[in-house]
Design a protein around this ligand. Structure first.
Ligand SMILES: Cc1cc2nc3c(=O)[nH]c(=O)nc-3n(C[C@H](O)[C@H](O)[C@H](O)COP(=O)(O)OP(=O)(O)OC[C@H]3O[C@@H](n4cnc5c(N)ncnc54)[C@H](O)[C@@H]3O)c2cc1C
Length: 493
């Protein structure tokens, strides 16, 4: 969208038959689902993206704000916070007496932290010099990078369940709150401050709208058209070779494919030195997810989002991240968008999605052999939820999707659905750069580059990469190869 609006000749090659990637749409019979992302945080970032190309997000996609953020279940106790600070504080006073003051302090202090950290997510980190800039110095006292999310939240909340309610968001990065850098307490703050949004039709509707706008701006989107290799000449990208054998020449190649997968499959063997298969294997990756998408007869008495925490949440998290096994007592996320969106299922029916965080494929679990067994375990856990009792007898369509499926069907390296971990050694300058370090003319966007995984951040990665690309074109510093037409406006793929 951004490049097409600037007059670049843009071609998008998408391997799947539709756009959206892990946030795309899944259709099972008459039921439609979001494959991955189920809600939008900070829609202002998307609004800005559409405004930058002269469009309006609201005109392209109908957005519905969720009244309560989510329903968080700890045994029989349900905590349903909203962005209404007074209402949430009085709920905390009732459910977790004494912790309401900590909540107010948390909201006030995180507001300042958010303000200091946001600029760092909007600009590149390409070299160590980037740490010496004024915005880093301003943010430094608020980064809390040597503390953990759980450690930071323990300063505000005494009740373990409340600590969990504000720290489970580390899972959005596929990390343990006991390991995730304290910087990321801003995730729950962002939810509480700005609310959560459901686009009608699902999150995937945003990507369909982006494809439509790109096309209207002159870009061409080729679906069911995979890229086999990034073509290079003297260390500079000159285009792509498609899986169908066609060669496409280009001045710039923007790689949105999953980082690990792109590095291991899209470059000529031996070309990359920093991201060799061995070095990639030694990096840290996020957790994965086991998914159950279900088309269900009848309505379901659950809100848009519910999280059911394991009785011993710490053990459940340690099982996944440290011991790399499945927990008997697992946590579950249940997504029931049909309760507010009638477009996803036929009348009187529901599109239901359940997510169980699980280790990625570096664990020695056999997803092929144990597939049915794990699916049964997940269904048993779901049927233990009062509103879902007898669920299996109401299912008309279903798909169980494992880390192996994420890898084999959606090209996600090690099935690590939230990409490279966001530990200190893999953040900012130490994360793969937006201007790819290894091959000139290649730009990275998506969860594997700065600022990281999640919808607001991948949009920011696009803004950063486009800015860098434009600056480079303005300087005319990219080495030109004789095969590329020296047009004023570059071809990008
Ligand atoms: C289960 C789940 C739930 C989530 N929930 C949320 C949420 O609620 N809110 C939120 O903000 N974030 C959420 N996320 C995170 C968010 O979905 C991701 O951060 C985001 O979708 C990643 O986008 P990406 O562009 O990096 O990767 P992708 O979406 O994977 O895009 C990569 C694209 O490249 C294509 N591709 C790969 N290889 C090739 C090739 N060789 N040739 C051509 N095309 C290729 C793929 O088909 C895909 O379309 C969730 C993720 C998951 C998995």
């Amino acid at each position: 969208m951004l490049l097409a609006a600037k007059g670049y000749d843009v071609q998008v090659f998408e391997k799947q038959d539709r756009v959206g990637g892990r946030s795309g749409q899944l259709q099972l019979g008459e039921f439609r689902f979001d494959r991955g992302a189920t809600f939008l945080m900070m829609p202002q970032i998307l609004e800005q993206l559409f405004a930058d190309v002269g469009r309006s997000l609201q005109k392209e996609v109908e957005m519905k704000e969720l009244e309560t953020l989510y329903s968080l279940h700890f045994g029989d106790l349900a905590f349903t916070p909203s962005k209404d600070v007074e209402a949430t504080a009085s709920q905390i006073a009732r459910l977790f007496p004494g912790d309401e003051e900590g909540y107010r302090r948390y909201m006030a202090e995180e507001d300042i932290k958010f303000d200091r950290i946001m600029p760092l997510l909007r600009r590149p980190f390409q070299s160590l010099k980037d740490y010496l800039k004024r915005d880093v110095i301003r943010a430094l006292p608020y980064l809390h990078a040597t503390d953990t999310v759980y450690g930071r939240l323990s300063r505000y909340f005494k009740d373990e369940r409340l600590r969990t309610s504000f720290s489970f968001q580390a899972k959005y990065l596929g990390m343990s709150p006991w390991e995730c850098p304290g910087t990321f307490t801003i995730l729950s703050f962002i939810e509480h401050k700005f609310g959560l949004f459901h686009p009608i039709g699902g999150v995937n509707a945003v990507f369909t709208a982006m494809a439509k706008v790109t096309t209207e701006l002159g870009g061409v989107i080729h679906t069911s058209c995979g890229v086999k290799q990034v073509l290079t000449k003297n260390g500079t990208a000159v285009g792509v070779l498609l899986a169908n054998g066609e060669r496409i020449e280009a001045d710039h190649v923007i790689v949105n494919a999953d980082f690990g997968m792109a590095m291991t499959t899209l470059f000529e063997p031996g070309l990359l030195k920093k991201y060799t298969p061995e070095k990639l294997n030694n990096k840290k990756y996020s957790l994965s997810t086991a998914m159950l998408y279900m088309g269900v007869e009848g309505e379901i008495d659950l809100p848009h989002h519910s999280v059911y925490f394991a009785n011993d949440y710490r053990s459940n998290v340690d099982d996944m991240t440290t011991h790399k096994v499945l927990s008997d007592d697992a946590s579950l996320y249940v997504h029931n968008p049909s309760v507010i969106d009638p477009t996803l299922a036929p009348p009187g029916k529901s599109s239901l999605y359940a997510l169980m965080p699980v280790p990625n494929l570096s664990a020695s679990l056999d997803w092929e052999k144990d597939r049915e067994h794990i699916q049964d375990r997940m269904m048993k856990l779901l049927e233990g939820i009062p509103a879902l009792s007898g669920l299996s007898s109401r299912i008309e369509e279903s798909l169980f999707f494992t880390p192996l499926d994420w890898q084999n069907e959606q090209d996600v390296y090690k099935g690590a659905t939230f990409n490279l971990s966001h530990n200190l050694g893999q953040m900012m300058t130490l994360r793969p750069h937006n201007r790819f370090e290894e091959v000139e003319g290649v730009w990275l966007v998506g969860g594997g580059t700065h600022p990281g995984s999640g919808l607001p951040t991948i949009i920011e990665s696009a803004q950063i990469s486009v800015r860098l690309l434009e600056e480079e074109d303005a300087r005319g510093s990219k080495k030109q190869t004789s095969r590329i037409p020296q047009s004023k406006v570059g071809r990008t793929v």
